[in-house]
Design a binder for this molecule. Structure first.
Ligand code: PLP
Length: 422
């Protein structure tokens, strides 16, 4: 047997990968692994894989508007290096509060006295329970002890918070009287309603409404989760709200019905950055803000700036400026026109009817009519490796790119990617 050639040095192999643009220590790691595996040739592919693993913008052609793996709602953010008045009051020149910007605007947009922003809705629920119900009972329906994706289980969050769960009713039916008798047991700090975001119980069912529970004299917290601000959707203009929103609980209506607090995500139907919002009665919001956990759960200035932009768009009633709402409500005819133009440019693909979904664990079973482009075969891998990765889905007849979740500004990149497939 001929002697095998000596493997390249780690350093030489790492330098040969320099075209990838990855920093040298990363390339050294890749080169070392490839040599140790006896396969220096694999280093090139490994470097490409590392590059694809970097956090980067992608084009969502899945038709899932709030795709949990793609960061839920699409948000814009760009800012040159700069300080901000995150905790500085420009009117007085004294120390300000990081709750004075986005949180106040969101409170105004949903008709709450006050609001507080934390890292996500799980954190919002944890903080509410920890601040308002530690070592006290919280009454929850057995039909609402939900698990939301990513390991958010209501009983476990409650345990972490130090609140004591008092379950009432049954899986399918819980009445006001069930809450009432549990509440009369004493030591009850809160009643809690949790939206069954990602599943439905149908058939022989009964639940107590917010208005009914609000009348029982104990503060009611409603975890609406999805972050629909107002069921009348004034930011979408004067027409009726989209039919697919029917039945979705909204912050403003729950507060109007007497909820003391609502909690919701910033990156679901609110259409903003990842965050959790606690909105409602000022004294309760203040108690949450004053709890030591609030410091640990607070978001950074980048998130607050992004949420502020979203909140201002709501207050201007400019849903078109919130990418989630612009996508969710685009007319099918406009999607058809775009799809035809992309297909004409690419010289490839067939325009088809599709069904998009809200996603993000909201509105299970609900679909939004949409338009897509189908190409033969499974081309998802090639599309994912584009300079601007495109995430598509596969059905029985080929690869489908749903235009409802693609921004119009991304059409040219989609056309170029399809053209390159041909
Ligand atoms: C999504 C959801 C949560 C968790 O929200 P995150 O922002 O992902 O932490 C909590 N409660 C309900 C009802 C939800 O729908």
């Amino acid at each position: 047997m001929a002697p095998t050639s000596r493997p390249p040095s780690v350093d030489a192999l790492a330098r040969s990968l320099g075209g990838s643009g990855l920093p040298h220590p990363v390339l050294v790691e890749i080169a070392r692994d490839a040599i140790a595996a006896g396969d220096p040739e694999s280093a090139q592919a490994a470097a490409e894989a590392v590059q694809l693993r970097l956090l980067q913008p992608v084009i969502n052609a899945t038709g899932v508007l709030l795709h949990t793996n793609l960061g839920r709602a699409p948000v814009a953010h760009s800012q040159a290096a700069a300080f901000s008045n995150v905790e500085f009051d420009l009117t007085t020149g004294a120390r300000g509060s990081r709750h004075a910007h986005a949180a106040n605007l969101i409170a105004l947009a949903c008709g709450a006295e006050s609001a507080l922003v934390v890292n996500n809705c799980a954190a919002a629920v944890l903080l509410v329970l920890g601040a308002l119900a530690a070592n006290k009972h919280v009454v929850v329906s057995r039909g609402e002890l939900v698990e939301i994706g990513g390991g958010f289980r209501v009983p476990e969050v409650m345990e972490q918070s130090g609140a004591l769960l008092r379950e009432v009713g049954t899986t399918n039916r819980t009445r006001v009287a069930d809450y009432e008798s549990a509440a009369s047991g004493g030591d009850v700090a809160l009643l809690m309603k949790i939206h069954q975001s990602n599943y439905r119980i149908t058939g022989f069912t009964e639940e107590a409404t917010t208005a009914q529970l609000a009348g029982l004299g104990i503060p009611l917290v409603v975890d609406i989760g999805s972050g629909l601000l107002d069921s009348r959707t004034p930011w979408l203009g004067s027409g009726p709200p989209p039919a697919w929103l029917a039945g979705e609980p909204a912050a403003r209506q729950n507060l109007d019905d007497g909820a003391a607090l609502v909690t919701f995500s910033g990156d679901k139907l609110f259409g903003g950055a990842q965050a959790g919002i606690i909105a409602g009665r000022s004294d309760l919001v203040q108690a949450c803000a004053a709890h030591p956990l609030a410091r640990a759960l607070r978001p950074g200035g980048l998130v607050l700036a992004s949420l502020q932009a979203t909140a201002l768009a709501y207050l201007r009633r400019d849903g078109g400026a919130i990418p989630f709402w612009a996508m969710a409500t685009a007319a099918p005819e406009s999607l058809t026109a775009r799809a035809e133009s992309v297909v004409a440019t690419a010289g490839l693909g067939q325009v088809i009817d599709t069904e998009a979904v809200p996603g993000g664990g909201t509105l299970p079973g609900v679909t939004i009519p949409s338009i897509g482009i189908r190409v033969a075969g499974d081309r998802t891998r090639t599309l994912r490796s584009r300079p601007q990765p495109i995430i598509a889905r596969v059905d029985d007849e080929g690869t489908v790119l749903d235009l409802r979740t693609v921004q119009p500004t991304e059409d040219a990149a989609v056309a170029a990617a399809l053209g390159a497939l041909g």
